[in-house]
Design a protein around this ligand. Sequence first.
Ligand code: ZN
Length: 958
Amino acid sequence: MVKWHLTGYRRWISSPTGSVLLLVLLALVGDYSSRGVFAASPLPDQSDVLYHAASVSSIAATRDVDSTYFLPNTTVPTHYSISLRTDIHNDVRTFSAITRIYLTVLAPTDLIVMHVQELNIASVALYRIASTGGNEIWIDSPTYMIDIVREHVTFRTAGMLPLGNYALEVAYTGSMRNYQSGYLVSRYRNEANEWRSVGTTHFQATLARRVFPCYDEPALKATFDLKITHHRAYTAIANMPLAGTEIDPNNREYLVSRFERTPLMSTYLLAFAVTDFKTLRNGQHEIVVRSNAQDDAMYALTVGSTILERLGSYLELSYYDYMPKMTSIAVPDRGTGAMENWGLVTYGEPSLLYNPAVNTYRNRKRVTTVIAHEYAHQWFGDLVSPRSWDFIWLSEGFATLYEYLATRLAEPGDEYWELFSVEVVQRAFLQDANEQIRPINWQAATQAEVSSLFDIIAYQKAGSVLNMFRNVLGESEWRQGLTQYLTDRGYDAATEENLALHLQRAVEGKDILPPTANVRDLLASWTDAPGFPVLNVYRLYRDGMMILSQERFLEQSVLPTGHVWHIPFNYAYESSATFYDLTTAGWLSSRAAKLETPVPDDEWVVFNKQQTGYYRVNYDRRNWDLLAQALMANRNAIHRANRAQLIDDAFNLARADLLDMAVVLRLMRYLRAERDYAPWYAADKVLTYLYDKVRATEHEHAFLVYVDELIEEVYSTLSVDTVGQGESTLYKYLRQLITGWACRIGYKDCLERSRAALRKEFLPGQGESSVAVHPDVRAVVYCYGLQQDSAEEFQLIFQRLMASRNQAERTDLIDALGCARNADSITSLLATIVFSAAPDTTFVYLSEERNRVFQAIYSGGRAPTLALMNVLSDPVSVQQLLAIVGEGTITNAVMNIAQRTNGAEEMARLEMMLTAMNGILPPGTLNNARDTAAARPQWFTTAEGLIVGEFLEQYNLP
Ligand SMILES: [Zn+2]
């Protein structure tokens, strides 16, 4: 699954008619409606020998969970036969169904316990199925009891059931929701501008029980027959191909769609959809999409086919040996997530649709990587499921790794794999440095505990750790192990033990691991303990001797820990810059050890080549200086992935008081010659952090001078407003990052060209034709083009937003609008949120777009933020907005404004706003915002703040 950004159900009120705000804003908005504009990072404490025997004291990965949430194992399912009737074509949000659950009684019992959520049961019947075959014999109408907390339904029979096979038939009705839950409704506007409702499903993790009574635990696999009765104007699709359709004998306007039987699979992977969509086919690979977005689906159709086929070859297990077809469906207005149901993957539209005319290289990457993620799940998750939710990381970790790796198999030219370190490893480090973080293996019982497992640990950390083992074991052994794992556990479930066993067999007798080590123990040192280590490299500068030590890396505090990670390491140095040889040179399997190396004492050394190991590295001060000098002299002496690592590690080590922030700032000075994206990506995080601290303070100017020197040369090689032939993906990322900084710090060239390009598109001079801004440069051009007097362009962009039915484009346009410097423009943008709640409104926003408007404004710069603060300072306006977007969005906006407040003037303005909001937001929220803002200036009194201030002062001396 890729996260759907659930914000939950939001209450709606309509009709802001007659409100003061409306009138005031109508005046500001002017006569838009009539013109139709608005239509729309230490020394070792002990020394030891490397290759130390693999005995590690682990922190047990256990916590107490309430086992009463688990199903008793007296009965197990073998097959489900589901018949469901839906009227979704009429936007009817209830459904009726009869589900027959075939089960085996394993221990005599009079209780059959399974899961159910919000189903109204009408009747229950129990049948005995003779082992000799023959007819099913009715034996009972069991009574039942529902535990709404555990979501258990217990069927009680009149007498004890002997061992054997039974079928329980349940007739019931259920309801649909308009968010990711069970059988759900979503709406879109067709060509004739009519609203259409369509039904799709989302069952992970514990939501299949909303649609049919079932044994809703991943290991309890069964086969499924599915029949859906629906209006004949709609079609039904499911995991399996259609077996046939008949006319409903009860109503000739309806059809009964029957599907082929599924293989053994988990309940959470069942899926179906009832829509008036079109199907695009490429062999057994198909895309289902609303008819007015078919062109946008062509990219997914092609790239999806390739990814599925290449993954099959890579794993030596063809997808089509297991399933007869693959369907990906684009679900309108359902966020940006995706779900890997076997044979029927669901996506929010921006994760499946890509139109090069209006969408950006980032959308293309999103679509490609999300498809790769979900298709990887067809093996990791669907064919082999986690034994329990505790092992969801076996699904999501692999999916996260292959989300990137599979794109290299399918579209190597896209270079997405190059982003793995910065987007996955470095991102995981950020959260995994928290004292409260959970280990990878973590138990869960309740629905809330299960859903909380879908976090950065299960995705990015597990993906990073798996990638470390891929490198340590070697690509061919890794693949061999995976193929055996998938073959052995296919149609069944797995645990970490199963994976470790097959990986161990693949490396057995090959001298890949130290003689005393085994995969299971090595892996467990990373999966059973929370957090991750920092490898300290303390050079003695005496015949290449070094002392290596490890400790847990935490963002703020130092915790005593007995845990020792098995850290595979390798290194490169000046006269042996072997960055492409990723062979493991040794293991640090103790707290500390002495290491003899051939590294000359006057050369730099870099550990963890290409950052394939999941750990940070710190050095003694002299080595940091050697590295900074080396980069200044020739950045290419060090691999680009390690340049990114050095910046990211140095910065985070400094933030944790393990290094001096001035080392980071000096190290980064080489960036003036940097042309690769990954190091700039890491640097961008540092610059953003610092800019946030120094903006509107006495140090701002010196900081801007620093940034100017870093970006000046690279900026001169990039074009703000045009896209050239044959540009690589990474070049596009680099351009957006650099031009974004150039415009932000006020490069005249950047601002003027953005402004001009915006005018050329929306307000071309007389006799000139409109020249569209290329989508790949749109983010910077629109945003900074709108930072000057550009009310007219603003309106035209808004108009385009209202007219667009491409969700990804709409999001980009909202982000652009939020940059507007013109206060009236921002005010009217907020007014449209109010208008959008009126009946028959022409202002149409998708579910999450109103929140996005707020986010776009407070992220858009100081000017739009001030305009937002003005609106929020008017109690009537806040009440109206709050009624529509909910308290969460307003609170979020207030906290984000507070987090961006610098200096006395801004503090005073914030206080004005908070005072005006008295009685509207809870006092706790308002005080929270005050405290957050008040704490900000204190940064300059910390060691880090003083060091940065001092550096900038010195830096700025002529
Ligand atoms: Zn996933």
